[in-house]
Write a protein that binds this ligand. Structure first.
Ligand SMILES: Nc1ncnc2c1ncn2[C@@H]1O[C@H](COP(=O)(O)OP(=O)(O)OP(=O)(O)O)[C@@H](O)[C@H]1O
Ligand SMILES: [Mg+2]
Length: 854
């Protein structure tokens, strides 16, 4: 128990699994955590005088991998303490045990514990106490693929956004005096929930220590070439990250690329809320991939390609040239469906070259991994052949294969058996003709096996027992079997081993000797094969960099072929990229909704914003469920798709580049973060007004609906006005506040649009068509009736609406046409008395005391 406590002190904040015989046991707090997370029985163990009974929970050692995977997936770090010997080396001593592996959510490399189609980021963060700008350094690495990047961020809000964008699995931060354990209580405000957190001492994060570590690790004379020379905090974060890796994987170096630096502003900035509202990689309601943009556009066939596409979506480009390069590649592939088919066929079984190379470098690759790697590498020259005539740079990049990779492929093929066993310790890995000693050992085994095979015949002749047989038993080894009746005829040198009902089993000294020799030869062969395999794996590890360079190109090809396939099958068009601020979409469609719509046809819609004679801000009204939100999101998604270089679902599109896209949906609960609905809405709106520029695209969906009607309306008015007048951002503002239509009469760059419906007798037909002009009704009660609200409630609602419209002291105008600017009042003072009160949308706020029907 003393040893356990000592180890626990060295690994605070991790679950310590301590090997006792056939089990890994946890004690104290860890036992309680493990039993809760893994649904294990919680037992107890007597821990001696003074301590008494302590909680204990255990897992069978052979199932450790699976249970560790579950714990890591839930954000726990694990220290595995194993037995280093089967029995105590000293009489009466203790069995030697040591921590042999530390597994944490950000440092796993085992295939079974990773998600194939997403990066697994480990992040390191260091802050600047002087609070000069910039004040945060962030380094991120994916241990499984070797990617390593660093950046500096000016404030905690941006740091948080970046961590959310990346979906970091684990974070190490320089907590200084607070170091020791990743307790939830000390989670800093900027650290998003759900990230496994480890507080560390500051020393490895200092620029000096980090510099020394990087120079040593990458054998460099200076870090200026990496762009880190002028970024001391980013440099510090890299140092902290490497130091943490060294502490969790002692003795092995995972192959990481040299760090590169980036800035958030190099890419189109999508804050976390926008990514969530646009459902880029998961749906808002259930957090599922299915139903997200990624799901709708992903036609990649490899895991590397899948990860790449996800990254493209999260980091759209700002440079026209880079975007057009991607477009050019898609155009080239789009024009040649046969080539696309060939490429996809070659790519599909290519394996995850990036992660295979990583496992080889970390010394955890199996023989099957290396065979898979050879399979993948072997396809490179074939890809090159198909792309020999390609023109666009992304495709042309694959026209030649690095000679080192070709020779490595040959080495793998000439060394490994085509279908090696899972286990590395039982032989069967290495082909004949690779190593002389191995061949020699195998020859000797063959010789002995021939001797054995002939033995049966020889003994039959010598003894005259015709049914004598040579057999093999798993635990006894070889023996000669003679039927009961003939057992008396065996010669004297036969030694009886076992008696069965009808059979006697014998061995001879000569047989035992041969058997011993074969066993020892087999052991030596297996050992030699393992050594040869390890040498080969090291060789592959040294080539990890080159393999990954090729893998990056292959992943990019996979994404581009996928996007071309998407464009071909879903009838996308190539957007023309414009200078300036114009946005023109003809017959645009929502990429996800059009694919999920069962039966019905999607109604395409146009959009014109930001050019002469066109508005900057569009006020979009229309009944409930008519398609406002859909149109709004579709606008954001088309802009985003065009900035990742993809084609877009439209007949024609001419788009200028945005610096940021903002999307806000009014009144979305953020219960998880413990914030009030309306406060969330307002914080997010404030953020937009502070950060949007005339080059941004702003999409606001029912902003202001989360509070009392008139407060909400007034806020919506003021926000829209500020966006149109001061910021001049291109904006779509969907709302049920029809009063906002008045804004168009005040500001020349605001225009009204509506989604139309047909009223047929007592039912509504949704046309989903966006037309100029403002709607004057929300048909909220009709929508409620369609949704199945009891008919007497619907009836009563109609009565109440009638009375509000007739009696409300605020309703000054009966006819919409009668409402002119004077009725609304000056925009600086839109007095509520002059605003008309009408049935609001499904989430209409409670009427204020004055509005209530008596
Ligand atoms: N252009 C379209 N073509 C076909 N169906 C559409 C179209 N736009 C929207 N829809 C369908 O109508 C449904 C409702 O659309 P949406 O949520 O955008 O309505 P809304 O106007 O925002 O309603 P609310 O005011 O209640 O928020 C969508 O789920 C979609 O299935
Ligand atoms: Mg809506």
């Amino acid at each position: 128990m003393r040893h356990y406590v000592e180890l626990k002190r060295q690994h605070p904040g991790r679950l310590l699994l301590y090997r006792l015989g056939d089990f890994f046991e946890c004690f104290f707090e860890d036992a309680i955590t493990a039993s809760r997370e893994l649904e294990l029985a919680l037992t107890g163990k007597e821990a001696g005088r003074g301590i008494g009974r302590v909680p204990m929970a255990g897992i069978p050692h052979h199932a450790a991998e699976r249970y560790c995977g579950l714990l890591v997936a839930r954000g726990h770090g694990i220290a595995l303490c194993d037995q280093l010997e089967a029995s105590p080396s000293q009489q009466g001593g203790l069995i030697r045990r040591e921590v042999t592996r530390v597994i944490t959510p950000g440092t796993v490399i085992e295939e079974a514990m990773l998600t194939a189609r997403r990066n697994n980021w480990l992040a390191a963060v260091v802050g600047d106490d002087d609070a000069r700008t910039p004040c945060w350094g962030l380094a991120i690495a994916d241990i499984s693929t070797g990617e390593f990047q660093a950046t500096q961020l000016p404030d905690s809000a941006e740091l948080q956004q970046e961590l959310l964008r990346l979906g970091v699995a684990e974070l190490v931060w320089a907590a200084g005096a607070e170091a020791g354990g990743g307790s939830e209580a000390r989670r800093p405000g900027w650290c998003p929930a759900g990230i496994a957190l480890t507080a560390s001492g500051c020393t490895p994060f200092t620029a000096a220590a980090a510099l020394a570590r990087l120079l040593d690790r990458f054998q460099l004379a200076s870090v200026d070439g990496l762009g880190l020379g002028s970024l001391p905090l980013a440099l510090g974060a890299c140092g902290g990250l490497l130091s943490y890796l060294d502490s969790t994987r002692p003795g092995t170096t995972v192959p990481l690329a040299m760090p590169t630096t980036y800035q958030r502003s190099q890419y189109l900035v999508l804050d976390h809320q926008t990514a969530r509202n646009l459902e880029l990689t998961q749906t808002q309601r259930d957090g599922l991939l299915q139903g997200s943009l990624l799901w709708a556009i992903d036609r990649t066939v490899t895991a590397m390609g899948g990860r790449s596409l996800r990254r493209w979506l999260q980091q759209p480009l700002l440079e026209r040239e880079a975007i057009e390069q991607r477009q050019d590649s898609i155009a080239e592939l789009l024009g040649n469906s046969e080539l696309r088919l060939c490429l996809r066929r070659l790519l599909r079984p290519m394996g995850d070259l990036e992660r295979l190379a990583g496992r080889a470098g970390a010394g955890t690759a199996s023989a099957r991994d290396l065979v898979a790697l050879a399979d993948g590498l072997e396809r490179l020259p074939r890809l090159a052949g198909h792309l020999a005539d390609s023109i666009s740079p992304h495709l042309a990049a694959l026209r030649c294969v690095e000679p080192d990779l070709l020779s490595l492929t040959r080495r793998l093929r000439e060394t490994l058996t085509p279908t090696p066993p899972l286990s590395l310790s039982e032989g069967g890995l290495i082909l004949d003709g690779v190593d002389e000693t191995l061949d020699d050992l195998r020859d000797r085994i063959d010789g002995d096996e021939v001797w054995l095979r002939d033995l049966e015949q020889r003994e039959r002749q010598a003894t005259g027992i015709s049914n004598l047989k040579l057999c093999l038993h798993r635990s006894f080894g070889y023996f000669l079997s003679v039927s009961k009746a003939k057992a008396g005829q065996v010669p004297d040198h036969y030694i009886r081993r076992q008696t069965l009902a009808n059979e006697e089993r014998f061995v001879t000294p000569e047989l035992k000797e041969r058997e011993g020799r074969i066993l020892s030869l087999r052991r030596r062969t297996a050992q030699l094969e393992y050594e040869l395999f390890c040498r080969l794996r090291e060789e592959v590890g040294l080539a990890a960099e080159a393999i990954r360079r090729a893998a990056v190109r292959v992943a990019r090809l996979d994404v581009l072929v996928g996007l071309a396939e998407l464009a071909a099958t879903q009838h996308y068009c190539r957007p023309t990229l414009l200078e300036g601020r114009a946005m023109e979409i003809v017959a645009g469609r929502h990429p996800v909704v059009e694919q999920t719509l069962v039966g019905g046809q999607f109604s395409a819609n146009d959009l014109h914003l930001g050019e002469a004679g066109r508005p900057d801000l569009m006020v979009l009204t229309g009944p409930n469920a008519s398609g406002k939100s859909c149109y709004l999101r579709q606008t954001g998604l088309l802009q985003l798709l065009s900035q990742i270089g993809s084609y877009v679902p439209a007949e024609r599109a001419q788009l200028s580049l945005c610096d940021r896209i903002f999307t806000r949906v009014g009144a979305v609960d953020d219960l998880a973060a413990g914030q009030s609905t309306f406060m969330v809405e307002m914080t997010e709106t404030a953020n937009i007004l502070h950060h949007a520029s005339s080059n941004s695209l702003v999409l606001l969906d029912e902003i202001g609906r989360g509070t009392a009607t008139f407060d909400g309306l007034s806020i919506a008015w003021a926000v829209a006005e500020d966006l149109a007048e001061r910021i001049r951002a291109r904006t779509v503002f969907a709302t049920h506040y029809h009063e906002l239509n008045e804004l168009a009469t005040q500001l020349s760059n605001v225009a009204n649009f509506q989604v139309t419906v047909l009223e047929q007798e007592d039912r509504l037909v949704f046309m989903h068509r966006v037309r100029a002009g403002g709607a004057d009704r929300s048909y909220g009660i009709e929508a409620a009736r369609l949704a199945g609200l009891p008919s007497d409630v619907v009836l009563r609602a109609r009565q109440v609406l009638g009375r509000i419209e007739a009696n409300s002291r605020i309703a000054v105008d009966g006819e919409p046409e009668a409402v002119g600017p004077e009725a609304v009042g000056s925009p600086a003072d839109p007095s509520p008395r002059s605003l008309r009160q009408r049935g609001k949308g499904k989430k209409a706020a409670k009427p204020t005391a004055a509005d209530r029907v008596a």
